[in-house]
Design a protein around this ligand. Structure first.
Ligand code: RIB
Length: 284
């Protein structure tokens, strides 16, 4: 069983469904609202756990009403929370609008995630003991860099999902072993990704591709009825990390299948499939 340390964000998602997005200055009538635990770090941690890995998260929640609920969801999903701090103030939030095609727009407010700095010795031990350290960009870049350096020092693979895209120091790219990007990020980060040994590019309903020392691989899209794409990329990334030790082709198949299944249910963490569901879908 793979051991994964996620250093990343934890958000409460405020999800509004609407037939169409409003234009500037316009009000439209939505059809549903829900709060759903999310955040790229938490989603990827839960996805890796449900896909069969042992997972710890290093992250932060606030002292507001969302903080306790976000902590509980991670615990209920058997994600190790020894590296989870509670910091004074608001938890991270994501205001998400999902239209009738299942596509979303998201505004993230960092809250407690922005306070995640200075890894402790215990956090470093979690990273050192892991096979893969998984991070995204909803926490301070300095913390991502510190975690990546720690991983490198201990022979732990660094998997970066550079989302939401932002400018990163070259030292961080040099430390990355595996990158997961969508097509937009792949185009935007073309120069940076050339130094990364393994690159996975997600293509929405068209599946995903891999390029690395073993050449190039492509996995076709998995046919599903799309309800909400929120968290599909996170589910892809978590499942990929959980099965990376089985080789890129197997990991890609798990990731594509898990990501597709995640689009069939509303919400981020709520939509993440179990290993049994992924295996059933893989078996056809
Ligand atoms: O990738 C989906 C996630 O992005 C949501 O859960 C939201 O919290 C934002 O972080």
């Amino acid at each position: 069983m793979a051991r994964i340390a996620v250093v990343g964000s934890i958000n409460m998602d405020l999800v509004t469904r609407t037939p169409r997005r409003p234009r500037a200055g316009e009000t439209v009538l939505g059809t549903a609202f829900a709060t759903v635990p999310g955040g790229k770090g938490a989603n990827q941690a839960i996805a890796a756990r449900r896909a069969g890995a042992a997972v710890d998260i290093v992250g932060a929640v606030g002292t507001d009403v969302f903080g306790a609920e976000l902590r509980k969801v991670l615990e209920d999903n058997e994600v190790g929370t020894a590296g989870l701090r509670t910091v004074e103030g608001s938890s991270g939030t994501a205001t998400i609008v999902v239209d009738e095609t299942g596509e979303n727009t998201i505004i993230v407010v960092g809250g407690a995630n922005a306070e995640l700095s200075d890894l402790t010795d215990a956090d470093r031990a979690l990273i050192a003991d892991a096979d893969i350290m998984l991070c995204q960009l909803e926490i301070p870049v300095d913390t991502v860099l510190e975690a990546a350096r720690c991983a490198r020092d201990h022979g732990t693979l660094v998997l970066l999902n550079p989302s939401p895209a932002r400018s990163l120091p070259p030292e961080l790219w040099e430390a990355v072993d595996i990158a997961v990007v969508n097509e937009g990020e792949a185009a935007q980060l073309d120069a940076e990704l050339r130094t990364v040994p393994h690159v996975l590019t997600t293509r929405g309903g068209a599946g995903a591709g891999y390029r690395g020392p073993e050449g190039e691989l492509a996995h076709p899209g998995v046919r599903v009825e799309v309800v909400d794409t929120t968290g599909a990329g996170d589910t892809f990334t978590g499942a990929l990390a959980a099965h990376w030790h089985e080789g890129p082709a197997t990991a890609l198949a798990w990731a594509c299948t898990a990501g597709a299944l995640a689009t069939t249910v509303v919400g981020a963490s709520a939509s993440i499939p179990t290993a049994a569901a992924i295996e059933r879908a893989l078996a056809g």
